[in-house]
Design a protein around this ligand. Structure first.
Ligand code: KG4
Ligand code: ZN
Length: 343
């Protein structure tokens, strides 16, 4: 172990991407992702195939990260890994590898909550970004939107976070992906809906869910879209083909409005210093624009990570590992992953 520098290896394997990252003194040196194309033909992630691909990818992914960072395994101070939430088989591959490596190097392992990783992705800085780097001020309000989660979180500091609202059914990413499937787009459909929306107009209206407080719901929207498409196709069998851009723009606008409504409410109640967006759906161009203009209107700072740190990545896990390591956090080797971990 290198005692002068804090070098953390981060490992992420909660869903369908195998990630490894190296962070030295809080600065990112390498962030490697091995994606999994195998799921696209099934219209969603197939857990067993994901675990097998992680098993194949984990060793080379970590080796490439070490090589890119020019760091020797013996210099790592701790191995941080995602221990939930996520797919159990996928989590087990990353966790078992991380614990075995930590044990063999006689260094600690640090179990990381994936959702905390998405939130602390706002603190990731690399060599080029360090000079201009700034991060959200505490307490800030984080909206985390991904294929598996939709949460509003008040972040008091690097450790203390409080979920103040979440989806009661589908995640935002699921709403995008399921809509995409209904209109014949391949998985993951979110990016495609985003692209087609640019050529369309939001001329169709869908029922917005009526959920009290700061919780959200997206399964009703999915049903509303399903019935809408069924009725329109009965009148014109080519309705989807003829209107695909406008359908995408309408769905995307509806989702954006639902999110912004709740965000506005949360700002009013919790008065954060800044607002921050994270998770794979943060790549969506309309949501990003709406988020930025809401921040401007409310006089708040607006933070959206680089795209590569929005989607699942190991840099965010190494970032959490860095803060936790400095705070003296060490995880037991007996710890097992938790598929439904909550912040
Ligand atoms: O955070 P992430 O990479 O994985 C999870 O932890 O789920 O998020 C993946 C989700 C998918 O549902 C994908 O369709 C969605 O993010 N997504 C998008 C866009 N890019 C990715 N949704 C809408 N617009 C996008 N541009
Ligand atoms: Zn995620």
């Amino acid at each position: 172990m290198n005692s002068e520098n804090t070098i953390i290896l981060g490992i992420e394997s909660s869903c369908d991407d195998t990630g490894a990252a190296i962070m030295k003194n809080g600065k990112l040196l390498a962030n490697v992702i091995a994606g999994q194309q195998v799921h696209s033909r099934y219209g969603g992630v197939v857990p067993e195939l994901a675990s097998r691909a992680h098993q194949r990818n984990i060793v080379p992914t970590v080796a490439i990260a070490l090589e890119e960072a020019e760091v020797k395994a013996e210099d790592i101070c701790a191995v941080a890994y995602t221990y939930g939430p996520g797919l159990m088989g996928s989590l087990l591959v990353g966790a078992s590898f991380a614990k075995a490596l930590a044990m063999s190097l006689n260094i600690p392992s640090i179990a990381v909550d994936h959702m905390r990783g998405h939130i602390l992705s706002h603190f990731i800085h690399h060599e080029e970004s360090l000079k201009t780097a700034n991060s959200p001020r505490f307490p800030f309000l984080a909206l985390t939107v991904s294929g598996g989660h939709t949460e509003l979180v008040i972040v008091h500091d690097h450790v203390n976070m409080e979920v103040i609202g979440k989806t009661i059914d589908d995640a935002v990413g699921e709403a995008f992906d399921k809509t995409a499937k209904m209109i014949g787009l391949t998985y993951p459909g979110g990016p495609m809906i985003d692209r087609l929306s640019r050529k369309g107009k939001a001329i169709f209206e869908f029922n917005k869910p009526k959920v009290k407080g700061l919780d959200m719901s997206f399964s009703g929207l999915k049903t509303s879209i399903l019935y809408f498409l069924r009725d329109r196709k009965a009148e014109n069998p080519k309705f989807i083909e003829d209107n695909i851009n406008d359908i995408c723009a309408s769905v995307q606008t509806c989702i954006t409005e639902i999110l912004m409504q709740k965000l506005k409410k949360a700002i009013k109640v919790h008065r954060p210093m800044d607002i921050a967006l994270a998770g794979g759906v943060a790549a969506n161009s309309q949501i990003r624009r709406a988020f930025q203009s809401l921040a401007e209107n409310e006089g708040l700072g607006c933070y959206i990570p680089d795209f590569q740190y929005c989607t699942d990545n190991a840099a965010m896990i190494a970032m959490v590992g860095h803060f936790d390591f400095l705070n003296g956090v060490r995880s037991s080797l007996d710890l097992t992953p938790r598929s439904n971990l909550a912040l």
